[in-house]
Design a protein around this ligand. Sequence first.
Ligand SMILES: [Mg+2]
Length: 244
Amino acid sequence: MKFLLQDRAIRAILLDIEGTTTPIAFVYDVLFPFARIRLRAYLEDPAHAAVVRDVLELLRKEWDADTAARRGVADWQEAAPGSASTYLEWLMDHDIKSPALKRLQGLIWEGGYRAGELRGEVFPDVRPAFERWRDARVTIAIYSSGSVLAQRLLFGATREGDLTPFIAAFFDTGVGPKRWPDSYRRIAGELQHDAAGVLFVSDTPAELDAARGAGCHVLLAERPGNRSASYSDAESIRSFDQIV
Ligand SMILES: [Mg+2]
């Protein structure tokens, strides 16, 4: 199957990351463990005192507002930054999308990318597709639950080089949840295109439903390592080579 951009009058391609541009394993087997292993040392490093204070303030507010979290971690001591790691690890164990945790992970990844210890991973068809779409004057944008900082870092240091010059805009859940049609309407507005001119590609049916609800075109990404989504409501692709 080929998805022909011109036939559908597509002006912008909006891409999910995990399971779409990037193997899910990269996030779970590389990125998350990288941050987890360095978390305590990062919090305790005096060189990070100012930023750690900010993050812990945010974390404290989240903890106060979250009774489930308080059941998970009872021994929070504000005076000892190290004790926050217990709560942060609990958040990671439960895969809870905490803004404070995300900020901290972003900072740790940033250090790793800058030191050359981390490289962003994308499927081999991604860079050639970016080149092709750019040449066709199609806008390329990213929408991921990972922070914009984390997205920029990932695409900024891949084995195929810095891919950020191809990408016109990065969106995270600051624009709205990925399962809400309004988020896709907002993104289309920001990209200055009608929703009907936007193609959204993701491995997650609920996200595709939301994008379609906003009037976007959608494609299901079936990548190696993805949970197989039984989803008959959209066309699917195995490679970006199919989007021409
Ligand atoms: Mg995904």
